[in-house]
Design a binder for this molecule. Structure first.
Ligand SMILES: [Zn+2]
Length: 368
């Protein structure tokens, strides 16, 4: 992983330092402009600062023995921030979190009342659609972060599922994700990982969490097929389909559970995670995500027909269900819509070079 520019405050003085940061196996390293190591932060002690003004990710280091300094690091590079988010727990810092929680309680109490009233008039799916855009991005990220361990447990048992971390593969993935992220203009940073599981599957949680299974990576016959599925999942992130589906499936129980603090590891989260994995999005949502994927690939690289080709290539669903094709049935209409959207569009550059594709396919040779 190459280094990127960032801004560092040591927490003792108000002086602003232009620094370079890079990711290493055991932590984040901060270098001065002259290349001197300023500080090194272990991943498990890094926390996200929510509500920080300015672009990109703002993080701090948990208090260290013998120090009261509260250092601050601002990272404008979104691809780097996403990579960091995949390695560090990045939960909110305590003081900020309490303030946010109080605000969230008020928000959800109001949301619960509105949904009670609205339910009588419109029914649940319509309410979920109206409510989702009102949820603050930070709350959506928290929801995704709480669901992430449930998803990993479902596929990997109590020890969780392994994340693939082959260095060159990660580099190729970060390159692709970085380009897509820049072109997509998302409300949350992406956290895309390849999970070491043989199932041909991929899905997106609320808050920018996208899981690409190794089974799907191996099934894809070209980088454009893989990138097409990834772009489609990013479409679900952009359009907040996961959040909508969670609100819809959890309904009032979920809203009330959240209001009363039953959040991380709580029943509401376990149920929400299960329902998201087991139920498919509506056909409308799928069509929108396909459309978004075509636009995204035309902007950021890759042949959008790769997505259509993947439907055919992976058309025979896995026996155990839970496959991408099981929740995304290939049909002629869907494929035709992609071809129609492409009429007249200029061919763009390939999603990945052959070298990057080879490296990405080998990403699971090393796991965490
Ligand atoms: Zn989908």
């Amino acid at each position: 992983m190459p280094s990127v520019a960032a801004t560092y405050y040591d927490g003792l003085t108000a002086k602003r330092h232009a620094v370079e940061v890079s990711l290493h196996p055991d932590g984040l390293a901060i270098f001065s402009a002259e290349g001197r190591l300023v500080s090194s932060w272990p991943y498990q002690s890094i926390r996200r600062i929510e509500g920080h003004a300015g672009a990109g990710l703002a993080v701090t280091l948990l208090p260290q023995p013998g120090s009261t300094a509260e250092p601050l690091l601002e990272i404008p590079d979104m691809a780097f921030a996403a990579d960091l988010a995949g390695r560090a727990p990045l939960t909110l810092t305590k003081g900020l979190r309490e303030r946010r929680e109080r605000r969230a309680v008020v928000f959800w109490a109001i949301a619960a009342i509105i949904s009670l009233l609205g339910l009588a008039f419109y029914g649940l799916p319509a309410i979920a659609g109206r409510l989702a855009p009102l949820v603050p991005a930070a709350a959506e990220i928290r929801l995704g972060a709480a669901m992430d361990p449930e998803i990993r447990k479902t596929f990997g048992g109590d020890n969780g599922i392994r994340t693939c971390i082959g260095a060159e593969g990660q580099q190729a993935l970060a390159n692709l994700v970085g380009r897509f992220e820049e072109a997509a203009g998302l409300h949350v940073p992406l956290k895309v990982v390849v999970l070491n599981h043989r199932l041909v599957n991929a899905f997106a949680l609320p808050g920018g969490y996208v899981y690409m299974f190794n089974g799907l990576l191996q099934k894809a016959r070209s980088p454009d097929e893989f990138a097409g599925v990834l772009a489609h999942e990013i479409g679900h992130v952009k359009l907040r389909h996961g959040l909508r589906s969670v609100i819809q499936a959890g309904g009032l129980g979920f809203l009330l559970g959240t209001v009363f603090g039953d959040f991380a590891g709580g029943t509401a989260i376990i149920l929400a995670s299960r329902s998201l994995m087991q139920s498919a999005f509506s056909r409308d949502s799928e069509r929108q995500a396909d459309h978004f994927a075509v636009d995204l690939m035309l902007k950021a690289g890759g042949d959008p027909l790769g997505l259509a080709r993947f439907f055919i290539n992976a058309g025979v669903a896995d026996p155990g269900g839970l496959s991408w094709i099981a929740s995304h049935p290939a049909n002629a209409e869907r494929e035709q819509a992609i071809r129609d959207a492409l009429t007249g569009a200029a061919a763009s550059r390939p999603a990945l070079t052959p070298e990057q594709w080879t490296a990405l396919r080998a990403i699971c040779q090393k796991t965490d």
